[in-house]
Design a binder for this molecule. Structure first.
Ligand SMILES: Cc1cc2nc3c(=O)[nH]c(=O)nc-3n(C[C@H](O)[C@H](O)[C@H](O)COP(=O)(O)OP(=O)(O)OC[C@H]3O[C@@H](n4cnc5c(N)ncnc54)[C@H](O)[C@@H]3O)c2cc1C
Length: 388
């Protein structure tokens, strides 16, 4: 595409990520998608190149850059036709340890996460019976001497089989005994290498996209109390910080997806001849692509604005939500336009469009669904009456 982005942030990082991604082209992702296999080689290459530790401060072995650098990395992965969902969690889960962990925890974990010796890819929040209403989680950690004993279930926990550590949100006080519904939840850092088979069972869940997602069952899993992050009972607040980063980073992935679809649709519309001329000469074909570009560009500005607020330590919950909504709608519209532009070929696996189409649809549901963002804007920004 000539100039999808007029002023690219972090041009050197983007160029380096593009070069790395060129080693993992469509056939690589297609084969993994078919088998629902994890992109181990791709994640290793990203780790070794230092791209997964751009947000870790230099004193712990990372690059010490702000959230916008993480956005640039993930956007380029998605624009190239790949998928950062296999490893993006490390960027935002690491922040929970960085911002709320003790000096000893940071010294013990962050350098190893930065070097790739430890993978922190799993973020355990959602439960089968709690849904979006996180305060209803029931996975419970009770203290027994110097350990917590964890019981409960989590659902849709991605990358659990490919992670050494998991940031786990659980209740340490039952909801009806807490001062507020959002009190009484705590964050534990679970060492998956010790947990699996000793109270933690992981069951893969096959989905319409290759996302390595799983169900977790905890039966008397013992976690040292030393692995509590921050103060007991305040975990929900710690997780919210991480959620803003997660929404902004995932919005950047959506921007990358939208650019991928716009690139592909434009190229195909110029090339494909029907009725003796390129289909792109027809305004019925070019206008939807142009509209996708307009929507993507508007969303890209929103993502940059949200990232800048996050980096400045300003409140950014509303902006992170709006960026995620705008970007996920832009990528989904671009996906639909790209598929339509390709006619029947859009459905063929070898074009990678149907795969990316399935992948980008996720972002209107996870990590938070569109309705919940609209509800936030309606009640917190526009002061409309609450419906729940
Ligand atoms: C592939 C995949 C990977 C995931 N990875 C992770 C992960 O690694 N870690 C993790 O913790 N979670 C993960 N999730 C979970 C994800 O965050 C949730 O699916 C998402 O937050 C929505 O929750 P839910 O599925 O329980 O939907 P529900 O809360 O059951 O909602 C269902 C639908 O109803 C709508 N709805 C609900 N209440 C209202 C209301 N009051 N008003 C209007 N509409 C409403 C929602 O918008 C949604 O469309 C993943 C999910 C998927 C599918």
């Amino acid at each position: 595409m000539p100039a999808v982005s007029t002023s690219e942030t972090f041009p050197e990082i983007r160029e380096a990520v593009r070069r790395l991604c060129a080693r993992f082209p469509g056939p690589y992702w297609r084969a993994l998608d078919r088998e629902r296999a994890y992109p181990t080689e791709f994640v290793r290459a990203l780790t070794e190149a230092g791209f997964l530790s751009v947000l870790i401060p230099e004193e712990y072995g990372g690059s010490g850059l702000g959230l916008a650098a993480g956005c640039a990395v993930l956007e380029e992965i998605h624009r190239s036709g790949g998928n950062g969902g296999a490893c993006h969690a490390q960027m935002y889960t690491m922040g929970v340890v960085l911002r709320h962990g003790s000096p000893a925890q940071k010294a013990a974990y962050l350098p190893k996460i930065a070097s790739g010796e430890l993978r922190l890819q799993a973020f355990g929040v959602t439960e089968p019976d709690a849904g979006t209403d996180t305060t209803r989680i029931t996975t419970f950690a009770r203290t027994d001497g110097d350990t917590y004993v964890v019981n409960g279930r989590k659902l849709w926990i991605s990358r659990a089989e490919h992670s050494d550590l998991m940031v786990l949100l659980c209740r340490t006080t039952p909801r009806d005994q807490a001062a507020k519904p959002s009190d009484g939840m705590s964050v534990l850092l679970v060492d998956m290498r010790q947990a699996v088979g000793n109270g933690l069972t992981i069951t893969p869940v096959r989905t319409m996209l290759n996302h390595a997602t799983t169900e977790l069952a905890f039966e008397d899993l013992r976690v040292p109390t030393a692995n509590l992050i921050g103060e007991e009972g305040k975990g929900f607040r710690y997780i919210l910080d991480g959620m803003n980063a997660e929404r902004i980073l995932i919005a950047a992935e959506c921007i990358g997806d939208a650019k991928f679809f716009i690139d592909r649709a434009s190229a195909y519309a110029k090339d494909r001849e029907v009725f003796g001329r390129p289909i792109g000469e027809n305004q019925g074909v070019q206008f939807p692509i142009a509209r996708a570009y307009v929507q993507m560009t508007a969303a890209e500005h929103m993502v940059r604005h949200a990232a800048a607020l996050f980096e400045a330590g300003e409140p950014c919950g509303t902006e992170a939500n709006m960026a995620k909504l705008a970007a996920s709608e832009a990528s989904w519209y671009a996906a639909d336009v790209c598929l339509q532009t390709h006619g029947g070929f859009g459905f063929a696996e070898e074009f990678d469009i149907e795969r990316k189409f399935r992948e980008t649809r996720l972002y209107q549901v996870a990590p938070i669904s569109t309705n919940l963002i609209l509800s936030h804007v309606a009640t917190h920004v526009l002061d409309l009456p609450k419906s729940f």
